[in-house]
Design a protein around this ligand. Structure first.
Ligand code: HEC
Length: 220
């Protein structure tokens, strides 16, 4: 009896000693923890192109708990097969959905927005999914006025182009056929705020340049 109690005592001592470590492990395995900035950019792009088809603007304020995560793994893999052997990606996608629900906003992305509002092919590649080449690009603040989205691509491929406000309002929603591998899309902004560009190509195509240009009076 007494030796049992002694054992229990020793176990408790061990447990107490390791408690802070266990606490940290639990904390760091939590769904809001980013593994690193680079994978998070990738998962935000995946979420806002693939998952957004159903989960955009899902502002319930209600969080999904960790047991839902286990259940939703298969669901996530069904919609994005490439996540099958990437646990970190499944977790991040799950965290992004929770963030959207709670904050009612796009998940922040660790990508600098060029002051010129011109993006090179190289930079854009980091904001596209593989292999389908869906693009999701935060384009920053736009003031009310007339603008033009300019796109240059590798081939003439039909694309669906979206421009959304931070409140998930769709300002541009067009399916377009480029001529001479380029597209100019007119945009009227009435609400000032942060905007986001999204592109779904009919088949994978590389975008070599994206620019948001203020339409001068001379163009009218
Ligand atoms: C074709 C529509 C569709 C697509 C695409 C889709 N989902 Fe879902 N998802 C649903 C529906 C419907 C539910 C169940 C209702 C709900 O909880 O929103 C759901 C539920 C979930 C849940 C559980 C929510 C909770 O409250 O527990 C998670 C997590 C989830 N989806 C993540 C994703 C991720 C990540 C992607 C992208 C890889 C994705 N879904 C793509 C339709 C979709």
């Amino acid at each position: 009896m007494s030796s049992n109690r002694l054992k229990e005592g020793v176990m408790m001592k061990y447990f107490e000693r390791w408690l802070p470590v266990i606490g940290l492990l639990v904390l760091f395995s939590g769904p809001v923890q980013a593994e690193s900035a680079v994978p998070f950019t990738e998962s935000v792009v995946i979420f806002n192109t693939v998952c957004a088809k159903c989960h955009e603007a899902e502002c319930s304020g209600r969080l999904s708990f960790d047991d839902c995560y286990e259940v939703s793994r298969n669901h996530i893999i069904r919609h994005y097969g490439a996540a099958a052997d990437k646990l970190w990606l499944q977790r991040e996608l799950y965290s992004i959905l929770n963030y959207t629900k709670e904050q009612c906003a796009y998940y922040p992305m660790d990508m600098a927005i060029p002051a010129t509002k011109v993006w090179s092919g190289e930079v854009l590649q980091r904001m596209s999914t593989i292999p389908k080449r869906n693009y999701f690009v935060p384009v920053g603040i736009l003031a009310p006025g007339q603008f033009r989205i300019e796109l240059e691509m590798d081939e003439n491929v039909r694309v669906t182009v979206h421009l959304m406000s931070e409140k998930f309002d769709m300002v541009v929603e067009d399916c377009l056929e480029p001529t001479e591998k380029s597209l100019h899309i007119p945009v009227t902004i009435t609400e000032p705020g942060d905007y986001y560009f999204r592109l779904y190509p009919r088949r994978p195509v590389r975008i070599n340049r994206l620019a948001i240009v203020e339409d001068g009076e001379a163009d009218h």
